[in-house]
Design a protein around this ligand. Structure first.
Ligand code: ADP
Ligand code: MG
Length: 368
C-alpha cells in the first residue's frame, strides 16, 4: 500500500459541501445516503462525468480528457463515455455476485447452504472473502462479515433497541472462522480440472454480508477498467468510498472529508493522486434512542453498534482495503485502530473520536 501525495498534505479546511451517496448492501427501498467525501477537480481540462445510482449509492464517475492522447476531443469523449458504461455494468455485475439481498447472488447461495454443503463460488469472490478474513484476523474480529445475526436486530427505520438477551443470542452466531474456504489445487482462473473454489458456513444460523467491502471492490474494478481504456486521470466517488487517479506529480483532485457533526464543514481537504479514500461514519445511518446514538456498524463482540468513533477515514492504495479497514477501525476505536493502521505500510487514517477529537496516523500528523 503506497499512497502518494497524501503524506504531509492534510490541512484543516472549511469548504462548501455537496451531496454524494454511500451505502452498499441494503434493500433497494432504502433511501440513498448523503455524502461523506467531496471531490474537487483541480483542472480546467474537459471532463466527462456521470452521476448514477448503483449499489443503493449515488456514484459519480469522472474522466479528465487528455487532449494529447488523440487530437480529437470528440473521440476522447466517446471512449470516456464507453469506459463509464463499462464501469456501470461492472458495479451491477459485482452487486449481482456479492449482494446478500439478491437471492441469486453467490453470497446468498453460501448463506442458504449454511450448516450444509460447500458451494462453488467464483475465484473473484473467493479472493475477496480471503481478504475479508485477513482483515478480520488483523483486527481481532472487529471486522467480521458474519456480523449479520446481530446486524438484523437493529432496524434503523423503526428505531428500536433490541432486548439484551436477543443481542446476546445473536452474537453466538458471529464468527468469521465459520466461513470455510477451499481452493482447487491450482489458483488460476480455471484450474486444470476446471474446478472452482468452494465456500461453506459451518453453522446453520451464521450468515455473511459484504456491505463493508464490496462497494470498495467495485470502485477498484472501475478504476482498473478506466486504466485499461487508456485513461490515467479520473475519479470514482461512491459516497464513502472513492478512488482518484491523476497524472504523475499533478494534484488533480482534492478530497474533502466531511465533519461528522456539522454538515457544511470539512474536517480536512487533501490533495490526492492514485489512491483510495474511504470514510465510515455514524452520521449517515443511525437513530437516537434515550439520548444514545445507534449507528449501522456493529461491534461483533458485543452485538451493539460501535460507538467509540464518530468517523474514520482511511487512505490506502486499494478502495476495498480502505473500505474494510475504515469499518474495522471504527469498531476498534481510536487507540487500537490507530495502532493497527500504524503497522501497515502505505495506510493512513484520520479518526474523529466519540468526543469529536481528531486523531491522525503519523503520515497525516506531519502536516498539521
Ligand atoms: P457504508 O455502508 O455506510 O459505506 P461501511 O463501509 O462502514 O459503511 O460498512 C458498513 C456496513 O458493513 C453495514 O451497513 C453492514 O452491512 C456491514 N457491517 C456492519 N458492521 C460490520 C462489521 N463489524 N464487520 C463487517 N461488516 C460490517
Ligand atoms: Mg467500510
Amino acid at each position: 500500500m503506497q499512497p502518494r501525495g497524501c503524506k504531509g498534505s492534510v490541512q484543516p479546511a472549511l469548504l462548501a459541501f455537496c451531496l454524494m451517496g454511500l451505502l452498499f448492501g441494503h434493500s433497494p427501498t432504502h433511501a440513498e445516503r448523503a455524502a461523506t467525501q467531496y471531490l474537487q477537480p483541480q483542472t480546467q481540462q474537459p471532463t466527462v462525468s456521470r452521476d448514477v445510482s448503483l449499489m443503493s449509492t449515488r456514484v459519480v464517475f469522472s474522466i479528465v480528457l487528455d487532449n494529447n492522447i488523440d487530437n480529437s476531443t470528440d473521440n476522447n469523449t466517446t471512449s470516456a463515455e464507453k469506459a463509464i458504461d463499462q464501469a456501470i455494468n461492472e458495479f451491477r455485475r459485482i452487486e449481482a455476485v456479492m449482494s446478500e439481498w439478491q437471492p441469486d447472488s453467490e453470497v446468498s447461495r453460501i448463506n442458504r447452504n449454511a450448516g450444509g454443503d460447500a458451494v462453488e463460488i467464483s475465484f473473484e469472490l473467493f479472493r475477496l472473502l480471503q481478504a475479508a478474513r485477513q482483515i478480520s484476523t488483523l483486527s481481532d474480529g472487529a471486522f467480521d462479515i458474519s456480523f449479520r445475526s446481530a446486524g438484523k436486530l437493529w432496524d434503523f427505520r423503526k428505531a428500536t433497541v433490541p432486548e439484551p438477551d436477543q443481542v446476546q443470542q445473536a452474537i453466538q452466531h458471529i464468527d468469521y472462522r465459520r466461513l470455510e474456504l477451499s481452493a482447487p489445487a491450482m489458483d488460476s482462473e480455471v484450474s486444470e480440472q476446471g474446478e472452482l473454489p468452494k465456500a461453506r458456513i459451518s453453522h446453520a444460523e451464521t450468515s455473511i454480508g459484504l456491505g463493508a467491502i464490496a462497494k470498495g471492490y467495485a470502485v477498484d474494478r472501475a478504476a482498473q477498467l478506466f486504466r485499461q481504456a487508456g485513461f490515467d486521470a479520473f475519479s470514482i466517488n461512491a459516497g464513502g468510498d472513492l478512488y482518484v487517479a491523476g497524472r504523475k506529480d499533478e494534484n488533480l483532485w482534492k478530497v474533502g472529508i466531511q465533519h461528522p457533526r456539522e454538515r457544511d464543514k470539512l474536517m480536512a481537504n487533501l490533495p490526492a493522486s492514485n489512491l483510495a479514500v474511504a470514510t465510515s461514519g455514524d452520521y449517515e445511518r443511525f437513530f437516537i434512542h434515550n439520548g444514545q446514538r445507534y449507528s449501522h456498524i456493529i461491534n461483533p463482540h458485543t452485538g451493539y453498534p460501535a460507538s467509540d468513533c464518530q468517523s474514520v477515514t482511511i487512505i490506502a492504495e486499494r478502495a476495498f482495503w480502505a473500505d474494510a479497514l475504515a469499518t474495522a477501525v471504527f469498531v476498534l476505536g481510536p487507540s487500537k485502530g490507530l495502532a493497527l493502521v500504524e503497522t501497515m505500510n502505505g495506510v493512513e487514517t484520520l479518526i474523529v473520536d466519540d468526543q469529536g477529537e481528531v486523531v491522525m496516523s503519523s503520515g497525516f500528523q506531519g502536516t498539521r
